[in-house]
Design a protein around this ligand. Structure first.
Ligand code: NAD
Ligand code: UD1
Length: 349
């Protein structure tokens, strides 16, 4: 079966995508510098596949290194050719992703995100590996409170992290246009990926201090934080708290398999697809669901609005539903139960 290169494949989304791809028969080569993940995730994926008996048929490989090391990357592509198992396609997850850090240290973000992508694309080009699925983000859009965001929504990121995502999309498009019979490219613009694998073994494990809602919720559950601070209760939304499109990590991972399948039999192309559920939930609705379903109390207080937040960010996902053999099937119940299972398992380890 075809070999897929997952850059950043030991991170949150990449690790779940390994399982999705292997369940569907693909072999997966993960490369990761471990800057925001650990080798444990490689062991966890293997454990999940072998001990929990998730049915799979693909094989899994791992090489540790930084994408910006072009000579090292060149050798990986060469080695795969020499053993008659060339890299067929790439899913490019590897990136730094902290909005806050990108504001305080923009050069680090431009270097890490842009130079790693340039290195990757130059080697893909050299070895005629021309299929790529890129991890983009809803953060590229200028948020609009009055309607769902479709792929043509005006783009205006408001922080360096978002700027790097938009720039990489432009680099990909320029490359596609340089030879319109060669490249097959999809930008998947994720909305809010949350939740964990339902085994409770794999989930999000940021190395640095998290700022996103679910990792913060986890800290409250683990007793590391006394209460959740909700950023504003005077937004123009159903209950005054911000609305987001939360998508279960397993649904999101499956979208990558669907994207590769879509590219398989298509001519050269460059497209962008929103990956979200199309449904918005407020922060209060998340807390209500999470506490009721898991039978725990989540103390919270309202604080000032956070800089850069928008009232509502919800996907118009109709293009992805039309083009891909994919639709999100997990519910908010799955999200809350799976997150909690993953969090509380940590208490047992
Ligand atoms: P993550 O930090 O968990 O995973 C990224 C992985 O890439 C990590 O394992 C890290 O060690 C690795 N990495 C980073 N730079 C590298 C480099 N130069 N060379 C090799 N490996 C490198 O992040 P994630 O949540 O899994 O996100 C995956 C992708 O999806 C990222 O591109 C992110 O920007 C994008 N994205 C994430 C979200 C989200 O909320 N999680 C939302 C939209 C887009
Ligand atoms: C944030 C980033 C976005 C990035 C995305 C994924 C900002 C302004 N936006 O999006 O660029 O692409 O993460 O990494 O940083 N909330 C609280 N209290 C908290 C944490 C969050 O009330 O302690 C609220 C937020 O106001 C928001 C919702 O929870 O309404 C979700 O927040 P978060 O998980 O940070 O995601 P986004 O804000 O959508």
């Amino acid at each position: 079966m075809a070999l897929i290169l997952n850059t950043g494949g030991l991170g949150y989304i990449g690790s779940h995508t390994c399982i999705s791809l292997m369940k569907n028969g693909f072999d997966v080569l993960v490369i990761d510098s471990l800057v925001n993940s650990s080798r444990n995730n490689f062991e966890r994926i293997k454990y999940l596949l072998n001990e929990i008996k998730v049915p799979y048929s693909g094989k899994l490989f791992f090489e540790e290194g930084d994408l910006r090391d072009t000579t090292w990357l060149d050798n990986i592509f060469k080695k795969q050719i020499s053993i008659n198992n060339p890299i067929d396609s790439v899913i490019h997850f590897a990136s730094l992703k902290s909005v806050e850090e990108s504001v305080s240290n923009p050069l680090k973000y431009w270097d890490a995100n842009i130079n790693s992508t340039l290195s990757l694309l130059s080697i893909m080009d050299k070895f005629n590996c021309n299929k790529i699925v890129f991890s983009s983000s809803a953060t590229v859009y200028k948020a609009r409170d009055d309607k769902k965001l479709d792929e043509n929504t005006f783009q205006e990121p408001i922080n360096p992290y978002g700027n790097t995502k938009m720039t990489i999309e432009k680099i990909l498009k320029d490359l596609y246009l340089s030879d319109a019979s060669k490249w097959k490219m999809i930008n998947l613009r994720y909305f809010n990926p949350v939740g964990a694998h339902d085994s409770g073994i794999l989930g999000e494990e940021p190395k640095s201090n998290p700022t996103n809602l679910f990792p913060i919720l986890e800290k409250v559950v683990l007793g590391e934080l006394e209460e959740l601070s909700i950023f504003g209760n005077d937004w123009p939304t159903k209950d005054g708290t911000c609305v987001r499109d939360y998508i279960h990590i397993v649904d999101l991972s499956d979208a990558h398999f669907a994207a590769l399948k879509f590219l398989e039999n298509k001519p050269s192309q460059y497209i962008s697809l929103n990956i979200g559920t199309g449904n918005g939930l407020s922060v209060l609705e998340i807390i209500e669901n999470y506490s009721k379903l898991n039978n725990i109390s989540i103390p919270y207080k309202f604080v000032e609005r956070r800089k850069g937040d928008a009232a509502s960010v919800v996907a118009d996902n109709s293009l992805a539903l039309k083009l891909l053999e994919w639709r999100p099937v997990k519910t908010i119940e799955d999200i809350c139960l799976d997150s909690f299972r993953y969090t509380t398992k940590k208490l047992l380890i």
